[in-house]
Design a protein around this ligand. Structure first.
Ligand code: SF4
Length: 454
């Protein structure tokens, strides 16, 4: 998922449209935009599908105003209803407001139960609606920032919220800093985005990151900061660097391509292979393959070609769609791999289906050996923070040793990056969420890991 906001720029919704396009890799199931007209009315359009499918010229023209927020969605099967497509908007005594979120609140079920027992009615499964109910239950006399601080204090887990009233946008990030949120400058206005790659498309200049536990208020006075809590950490999701984000994005001062290249170099140092060529699985592993190639001195070749018009398999909501997606999306280049011992660099192994299929493709194209090198540690735990990695019993490395997994995917050898190298690749970070690799969740998780399988 990703959020995007524009304040103080004419035709803000059109800019959001281009920015959401740039962040389409973070979700393809639905998208929406809410704008505020100059006379304070909130207008919304949303729908299932890609940004280019949901919006057209007429819709964009209708979404008038110099302030807007937008969202792209990916969800699990349980919540694929149009009601969950954000931004959502709400009516309240103190004024209407719209909300969009990225992440997952881990105590949402408890809070929803409590709110429902006190009469709240929910229309969606989103964290945005949960936050709205928490804001709405506070007195309408209170300044909005106070009600927001009180509401955010109750939330546990990962979130990046954009809350838009008719006068301002609030950008909020959870106290652990699990997912990125950055602010850019655009003319006299501002842009807030889940990924900085959106800034380039929109013509904005990076200004700062929203810090963990911070609420940044953006309005006619400029930007100002409040923290909703004193307890703050820097547990950025490692998968943002490894897989999710675009290589041209910078996450908390570290460029994603540079991170992946460094992880590839370290992967070679930790797990060299006797081979002829290095091949990256496109697109997210090409940078790591380049790093592995540079460190090893082996040539980096384009041995796999991706059909760009098929969605990401990891994100597809059902197993059968994922399997079909793998078959449609990659081809091996026979003239490059035939007769060669290949190092195949990939970003991660989740269920193992993709890896097995790619090893097969390379062998069918004539590769004599396939050595699989993964630029992340073994993924052994589910994610509770909004990244749909998988349930425990589907994760290959949670249920099989590295040797068994190597056999199951049909490789000649299989090796993973260490935790230490994963952390050190990120421009000297000392903290990061690696919970899906090591089970050390930075927050309380409010349910047992086994419950995730139910
Ligand atoms: S558990 Fe894994 S996917 Fe989830 S936030 Fe942490 S590192 Fe990211």
């Amino acid at each position: 998922m990703s959020v995007l906001g524009v304040y103080g720029v004419p035709q803000a919704a059109s800019l959001i449209y281009y920015g959401l396009h740039t962040m389409q890799h973070r979700g393809q199931e639905g998208c929406g935009i809410v704008s505020v007209t100059d006379d304070g009315r909130m207008l919304r359009h949303r729908g299932k599908g890609l940004v280019s499918e949901v919006f057209n010229a007429q819709k964009m023209e209708e979404l008038a105003g110099s302030m807007a927020i937008g969202h792209v969605l990916y969800t699990g099967a349980a919540s694929r209803s149009v009601d969950n497509i954000q931004p959502l908007f709400f009516h309240h005594g103190s004024g209407d407001f719209a909300v969009a979120s990225n992440g997952n609140i881990v105590n949402a079920a408890l809070l929803r139960d409590e709110l429902e027992s006190r009469g709240s009615l929910f229309h969606s499964m989103t964290d945005s609606e949960l936050l709205a109910h928490l804001i709405k239950k506070e007195s309408s006399e209170e300044p909005r920032i106070n009600t927001l601080v009180a509401a955010l204090k109750l939330l546990e887990g990962a979130f990046a919220f954009l809350i838009m009233t008719k006068n301002r946008i609030y950008a909020c990030r959870d106290r652990y800093g699990l997912h990125p949120l950055s602010i850019g400058r655009l003319g006299d206005g501002y842009v807030v985005a889940s990924e900085t790659c959106a800034f380039d498309t929109m013509g904005a200049e990076f200004l700062c990151d929203v810090r963990p536990g911070e609420i940044v208020t953006i309005d006619h006075k400029g930007i100002r900061s409040t923290f909703y809590t004193e307890e703050r950490h820097h547990c950025m999701c490692a998968m943002e660097y490894i897989y999710f984000a675009r290589p041209d994005s910078d996450i908390e001062g570290c460029n994603v391509h540079a991170y992946r290249k460094e992880s590839g170099r370290r992967l070679y140092q930790e797990a060299p292979a006797d081979a002829d060529i290095v091949i990256g699985v496109p697109d997210s592993s090409l940078s790591a393959a380049q790093g592995y190639s540079e460190a090893s001195g082996l040539p980096c070749e384009m041995g796999l070609i991706k059909n760009k018009y098929v969605g990401r398999t990891f994100i597809q909501p059902s197993q059968s769609l994922r399997e079909m997606g793998v078959k449609m999306k990659l081809s091996a280049v026979r003239s490059i791999v035939s007769g060669k011992r290949v190092v195949m660099v990939d970003d991660s192994i989740v269920r193992g289906t993709t890896s097995r299929r790619i090893v097969d493709l390379l062998r069918q194209a004539g590769a004599t050996e396939v050595h699989v090198r993964i630029a992340s540690p073994t993924m052994t735990h589910p994610c509770f923070y909004g990244v749909d990695t998988s349930t425990l019993d589907e994760l290959m490395l949670a249920n099989h040793s590295i040797e068994e997994s190597c056999r199951l995917i049909g490789a000649d050898s299989l090796a993973f990056l260490s935790y230490d190298a994963t952390l050190r690749s990120a421009c000297g970070r000392s903290e990061m969420c690696l919970a899906c690799f090591n089970g050390h969740y930075p927050t309380p998780i409010y349910q047992s890991i086994e419950d995730v399988n139910k």
